[in-house]
Write a protein of this length. Structure first.
Length: 213
């Protein structure tokens, strides 16, 4: 049985990113995969790469040796057949929690060797789900497309073939009247959510089904 890790790099349970990840999980499960869900915000304390270079030494080559809340996640990825990672967009990038995992996941297999820059011999498919308040039509204007292309290229090179799933113009809160957010039209936000989010969920499930194809 194929093993998939579904990793939520967002803090909010039961909301946009979390719901899309769980639909992708259902898709993978429908194809017979065993899926484990991990919330990075519920782990013990962890950091990004600490630049200790232990992963470059002969006896620990290609393995992050920093011991903290991410250690077990990295071990599980080494034994997985695919990964689903979800993160909301915060301030024009993915979350700090995603970045911590990304740094540790990629840097451990970066060799600094021109002949063989990556020592990962267990490439697995990656589905990267991202959500944003910004509508997808504006991604090229604000640079989100280039940011995501960079993640896709790096993950594809060092982890495995990566697909990006975008859900933009999300409903951030259920009651906008609690906040003085004058740049939004709450009714338009809710209307867009009601008209489109079910389709996004269906597409996320399909993306999960296709993860191991």
């Amino acid at each position: 049985m194929k093993k998939i890790l579904a990793i939520n790099a967002g803090p909010r349970m039961g909301y946009n990113t979390d719901l899309l990840i769980k639909e992708a999980m259902k898709g993978a499960e429908s194809k017979g995969a065993e899926v484990e869900y991990i919330s990075l915000f519920q782990l013990e304390k962890y950091t990004g790469c600490i630049s200790c270079f232990a992963c470059k030494l002969p006896n620990t080559f290609g393995k992050c040796m920093c011991k903290d809340g991410l250690s077990e996640v990295l071990d599980k990825i080494r034994n997985a057949d695919g990964i689903i990672i979800g993160s909301p967009n915060y301030l024009g990038d993915l979350t700090a929690s995603f970045r911590a995992l990304y740094e540790r996941l990629v840097f451990q297999v970066l060799t600094y060797n021109k002949e063989e820059p990556c020592c990962n011999d267990h490439k697995i498919p990656v589905l990267l789900i991202t959500t944003s308040n910004c509508g997808e039509e504006a991604y090229s204007t604000v640079g989100y497309d280039k940011m995501l292309d960079s993640y896709k290229n790096t993950l594809s090179t060092f982890v495995g073939p990566t697909e990006i799933f975008i859900c933009g113009d999300t409903l951030q809160v259920k009651d906008y009247s609690r906040f003085n957010w004058t740049m939004f039209d709450p009714e338009a936000k809710k209307k867009h959510h009601d008209e489109t989010f079910t389709e996004y969920l269906e597409r996320a499930k399909e993306a999960g089904e296709n993860l191991l194809d």
